[in-house]
Ligand binder design. Sequence first.
Ligand code: PLP
Length: 370
Amino acid sequence: MKNKLLIPWAKPDIGIEEFKQIQSSFKSNWLTQGPKVKEFEKKMANFCNSKYGIAVSNGTSALDIAYKTLKIKEGDEVILPALSYFSTASMITYQKAIPVFVDIKQNNFNLDPQKIQQAISKRTKAIAFIDYGGNPSQLNEILNIGKKYNIKVLQDGAQSLGALYKGKPMGANTPISTMSFHMAKILSTVEGGMIFTNNKKLKNEIVMRRSHGEKKPGDYKHNILGYNARMTDLQAGIGLAQLDKLNFFVKKRQEVAKLYDSLFKNCKNIILPETNKNCKNAYFFYPILLKNRDRIAKRLKKIYGIDTRVAYRYPLYKQNLYKSKKARFVKKNCPVAEKISSRILNLPIYPSLKNKEVQYIFNSIYKEMK
Ligand SMILES: Cc1ncc(COP(=O)(O)O)c(C=O)c1O
């Protein structure tokens, strides 16, 4: 096809500001965890309205450390949405605990608070929730369930940065919350993550777990079991440059989403998720639901040069680790997660995506739907 565009599904917005940060680290000779990590932690915590931010190597190690600090142990049950990235579940399994997969809501693909209540058992120790694609979950309802049943709640905010819930920033709204700064995320440190808490005691434990159980980095006194989940100053410098642009990134994503919304609005064969009232979606993903998803995704790539993602192709309990019964889990009835994972397609979205490219993506899908 003539004029074939090549549109990736995600595109990092990394420029001269990030490069200058790296240059200054090289000049200072401080490359590993150092002053830039401290500054990044402080600024991120401030942005997310949290007292402490502890930078780590990625969102998965953030979850591992968070579950450990919450004392999730062998045989404990942790309720989580059936549709999420693998590590929300696998890090529960790492603790030898039992993920309990619960259905999601049809309108926003997030954990259904009503279904949480039905899944609570004597073994339930925690609820872990995400904000699918930057679309806020029903935060208050989930926190209230935690209070009512005396169960810990953890926000896996890997996709939440930039979203708002009743005017409050999403991402650090539970006693311990986690975040990812992987390359495709709204804010990237290439690889990286953060753990947030308002509690000094928890913060101290997290700091130790991040670095071999040391209270004071470099004093070689190891108090508890930990490993190396440190972030480098090179990564934190990139994060600092990205943080200066974060509001712009989110605004641009929201503009792209608005244009997609207006184009797809009248397509009766395509279903769009909704953002709850009083919430602002950060649009890490722009998901649509459609029939013949795989055929259309293949043709979008091959004929039109448009890359897409399927997040996620299976509910978590259908991942081989769980299907093969090599790890314990509980699966609740999840018809919504089944349906959504069979139809979901995540379209390209990033700050530099142009209006004419959005129009082109829409036109291409429209043609293929006929
Ligand atoms: C919901 C969720 N949790 C955890 C992670 C893991 O983060 P990382 O890739 O930084 O380890 C991701 C990453 O995509 C995610 O989307």
